[in-house]
Ligand binder design. Structure first.
Ligand SMILES: Nc1ncnc2c1ncn2[C@@H]1O[C@H](COP(=O)(O)OP(=O)(O)OP(=O)(O)O)[C@@H](O)[C@H]1O
Ligand SMILES: [Mg+2]
Length: 273
């Protein structure tokens, strides 16, 4: 064999493609005074994953979302998105980078219509500001029309076309949760974080939500990280799961392994997982 590698002989199409993680936490930690809310948490989310983050109340799940989305700056460790360190970036910079979220406590513009709520999400990625939209520039009018069209398409994805013009605050709880998802989608994120999207939903609404999340991943190619307490929901939907307890990662793997993991069963005090 020659000492020098002859690159002209290498067919790049035959090289194995190793995908890079979309999101990578390495030892992510945050301490509030004496409480370490998230302690040395590490996991990787690959593009196209449908990933679950579970754990008992106070385990540090929402705090993890707050670290990933820049609400809090970690006191230790690293958070990389598409290979770039984002730990400590402010929330709007992280949203522009392609991470969007919904909240455990729904945060909609209650007095705006469902359609307008989704359009607000769209403004984040469009050049047009709300003010120039009011200025009636032809380009602004065109963009606003486009935003409206895209927002209507997203309302269709979350099955809310029929309530497009209803005020957000007048919608039943389950629909408000789906509206939040549509608004997050309007920013065209690569990674979407859902904090307890099924909370307060009845079994039928949960089934509908499952279809919506699958569509977001399969049809729109989004990567999804979701927090959920409903084990049946999370185990039936997510392909990979990380479990936190008291801020620490106690298990990671596919639902079949998580379900029978003794540490997980103990963390849930023997409740069926
Ligand atoms: N800003 C803060 N200051 C002080 N403590 C905080 C702060 N934010 C979160 N915590 C604490 O961190 C711990 C983890 O909270 P977190 O909200 O992340 O839990 P969770 O896993 O989302 O729980 P739940 O399932 O109840 O939503 C809790 O003890 C909480 O009180
Ligand atoms: Mg929470």
């Amino acid at each position: 064999m020659s000492e020098h590698l002859d690159l002209s002989q290498v067919n790049v199409d035959e090289l194995p493609v190793v995908p890079n993680p979309l999101l990578k936490l390495e030892g992510a930690t945050i301490q509030f005074g004496g409480l370490i809310a998230v302690n040395q948490v590490s996991f990787e989310i690959m593009p196209g994953d449908l990933f679950g983050l579970i754990g008992p109340n106070g385990a540090g799940k929402t705090t993890c979302f707050n670290l990933i989305t820049g609400v809090y700056k970690p006191t230790g460790g690293s958070i990389k998105f598409e290979g770039n360190e984002i730990a400590g970036f402010n929330p709007s910079k992280i949203a522009r980078a392609g991470i969007c979220r919904t909240f455990q406590n729904i945060r909609l513009f209650g007095a705006l219509s469902a359609l307008e709520n989704v359009m607000v999400g769209g403004y984040l990625r469009h050049k047009t500001s709300l003010l120039s939209g009011l200025a009636l520039w032809p380009s602004a009018i065109r963009e606003t029309e486009e935003l409206k069209e895209q927002a209507m398409q997203l309302l269709e994805v979350v099955n809310l076309t029929d309530v497009a013009h209803a005020r957000a605050r007048d919608l039943p709880y389950g629909k408000q949760r789906r509206l939040e998802i549509a608004r997050a989608m309007a920013t065209n994120p690569r990674l979407i974080l859902l904090d307890e999207p099924a909370a307060g939903m009845n079994p039928q609404e949960k089934e509908e939500l499952k279809e919506v999340v699958l569509r977001i991943r399969d049809e729109f190619g989004k990567t999804v990280l979701l927090i959920e307490h409903d084990m049946k929901f999370v185990m039936g939907l997510c392909e990979k799961i990380v479990v936190l307890d008291h801020g620490e990662e106690i298990a990671a793997g596919p639902p079949s392994e998580i379900r029978s993991n003794p540490k997980v069963i103990e963390a849930y005090l023997g409740e069926p997982v």
